[in-house]
Design a protein around this ligand. Sequence first.
Ligand code: CA2
Length: 144
Amino acid sequence: MKIMVINGPNLNMLGLREPSIYGNETYAALEKLIHETCAAEGIEVTVMQSNHEGAIIDAIQSALGNYDGIVINPAAFTHTSIAILDALKAVALPAVEVHISDITKREPFRQISYAGLACVKTIAGEGFDGYRQAILFLKKNRRD
Ligand code: CA2
């Protein structure tokens, strides 16, 4: 099984600011957790982060025919990007939306998720462990 993990804008700043919301751990630590989880589960993984909406759309499109599922934290683009929603719909791969914080308990503008409309599951407020849960969910619900 092969999955793509896509992280949106500013997630590369994790651990450097706002530890009360996103914790003290760095983006490098998040990548390590994802690689370790996938290695333990026998899953091949590509992890990417971009601050650019178009690069995220290109990554989603490139998953078609090459990956079995997507884990995506579109970060702030979650709440604004119909283009990312359309890309997820276009590839129609099983996708799980992850948010480190609980977006349902934050500002009203964070409670709207466009990307989530094309995802089979949303995991929010579980910290970095949400990525591990998303990977396990994709493995368990793998389409053959
Ligand atoms: O909770 C999440 O994972 C978010 O997707 C994170 C986004 C935010 O815009 C979403 O509403 C929820 C923010 C990404 C990282 O932002 C940082 C801001 C300051 C310091 C470090 C990271």
